[in-house]
Write a protein that binds this ligand. Structure first.
Ligand code: SAH
Ligand code: SF4
Ligand code: F3S
Length: 439
């Protein structure tokens, strides 16, 4: 038998890309590839890229530059760019970086085996279509490559919301939901391989409306059906939009025990003027109302969010509204970014906020968010949580897992085994994790 070829995939960006990288590895598995952890011995390198901010996109070119020596040493090495930069820039990537053999967008990676064959035959291949067929129908049907007891499962892709700053509707295309039966089959397959926690993924996952028995199913109904799978203990979903937080989904946080008490609900800004300019189609008060209803259903819900500072036109008063919203919510964890103008988006045409002003706002916002995170973590000390143990930690004998609230929890105990859901008492809060002991 021929020696398997080695594939090195480096993943940037969101969880959707993490999921896609696994599926690309499976697709190329059919062409005789096994994955490797290092670029040095690879026969093919794939960068699965992110276009969300300028820095993310530029990283790709500096990374590609570093492969020059590898390609000189191994002329058979093939280099591919996948993901959202591939979709946004297409063949331009090859002009800018002649090392690149292959460019594939997020909706066409089921065609990778044919593209790989073309590239091996000496061609350069670009495919950034939005095809009619569903890539999931054309991916290998065999066992999903997955490691550990927690897995991602993409149920919805794309976005029709067109926030004024965002490239996702252009790189991922229109919003599409996978049919219920496919999602259930993939979940059952994952669980049969030892998965105990599934995170449902979508750029707008709570807009899910997949074909199911009797018509389109919403996300809440899908979650309730998934919860019936024996052996599946935990369900999460990300990322959600405040406008799609419907009644039954809010209710599920209170009455579906397998749905974990953590929610990532980006708001971007606390200023109604800026929210309008962002085309978010909700106000700060709308968002706070959704949060109140969620907390009424599930009082211990831990909230996470995304924020952009320095959006074109943002004044100090607008920024103060953002700080006020953050204080009103109390986030357990959050992501915050300086606005980055993205070519092709409506906001890119508008005059931006001075960079030093934006940096200063970002620092102030991050200080507040860090303080909230610390306070919420410190309040966990002495409490018992249940932790899905996932993998060995950095210290000898240490295991790392996730609490219901998605806190990373370290436990050092010979009885701690990957895949177990253990009762753990929290004994210490650290910068981005908690330490605990088995109860
Ligand atoms: N679908 C999700 C998130 C998409 S991208 C949602 O609707 O919220 C993840 C985050 O990146 C966004 O929530 C936003 O905070 C940030 N982001 C997106 N475009 C950006 C830009 N042009 N500049 C800075 N941050 C951006
Ligand atoms: Fe981007 Fe807005 Fe869609 Fe989220 S909802 S992916 S921020 S356009
Ligand atoms: Fe980035 Fe594309 Fe995800 S732009 S955040 S990888 S959808």
């Amino acid at each position: 038998m021929a020696e398997p070829k080695k594939l090195f995939i480096k993943t940037y960006g969101c969880q959707m890309n993490v999921y896609d990288s696994e599926r690309m590895a499976e697709a190329l598995g059919a062409s005789g590839y096994v994955t490797t952890q290092s670029a040095d011995d690879a026969d093919m390198i794939l960068l699965n890229t992110c276009h969300i901010r300028e820095k993310a996109a530029e990283k790709v070119y500096s990374e590609l530059g570093r492969f020059k020596a590898l390609k000189a040493a191994n002329p058979d090495l093939k280099i591919g760019v996948a993901g959202c930069v591939a979709q946004a820039e297409g063949a331009e990537i090859m002009r800018r970086q002649p090392l690149v053999d292959l460019v594939v967008g997020p909706q066409t990676y089921h065609r990778l085996p044919a593209m790989e064959a073309a590239v091996r035959a000496g061609a350069r291949a670009v495919d950034t279509d939005f095809p009619q067929e569903d890539k999931f129908d054309h991916l290998p049907k065999g066992p999903r490559a997955m490691r550990g007891p927690s897995a991602f499962l993409t149920v919805q892709e794309g976005c029709d919301k067109f926030c004024a700053f965002c490239v996702v509707p252009y790189t991922r295309g229109a919003e599409v939901s996978r049919p219920v039966a496919r999602v259930l089959a993939e979940a059952e397959d994952l669980v049969s391989r030892g998965v105990r926690e599934i995170t449902l993924l979508g750029q707008n996952v709570n807009a899910y409306h997949g074909d199911g028995a009797g018509g389109a199913w919403g996300l809440a109904r899908l979650i309730r059906e998934l919860a019936r799978i024996e052996g599946l203990e935990r369900i999460r979903f990300t990322t959600s939009h405040p406008n799609d937080m419907e009644d039954d989904l809010i209710a599920a946080h209170g009455d579906e025990p397998k749905l974990m008490p953590y929610l990532h609900l980006p708001v971007q800004s606390g200023s109604d003027r800026i929210l309008k300019a962002m085309n978010r189609k909700h106000t700060a008060a709308d968002y706070l109302r959704v949060i109140d209803r969620l907390r009424a259903a599930r009082p211990d819900l831990l909230l996470s969010g995304d924020f952009i500072v320095g959006f074109p036109g943002e004044t100090e008063a607008d920024f103060q509204d953002t700080l006020a919203l953050v204080r009103a919510v109390g986030y357990g964890q959050a992501y915050s970014f300086k606005y980055s103008a993205r070519p092709g988006t409506p906001a890119a045409e508008r005059a931006g906020v001075a960079d030093d002003v934006a940096s200063d706002r970002l620092a102030r916002l991050q200080a507040l968010l860090a303080q909230q995170q610390r306070e919420i973590q410190e309040a966990m000390v002495g409490r018992e949580v249940s932790v899905l143990l996932e993998k060995p930690g950095r210290m000898a004998g240490q295991m790392v897992g996730k609490s219901e609230y998605l806190h990373a929890v370290h436990v050092t105990d010979p009885r701690a085994k990957s895949g177990d859901i253990a009762r753990v008492r929290i004994v210490e809060s650290r910068p981005n994790s908690l330490a605990g002991v088995l109860v």
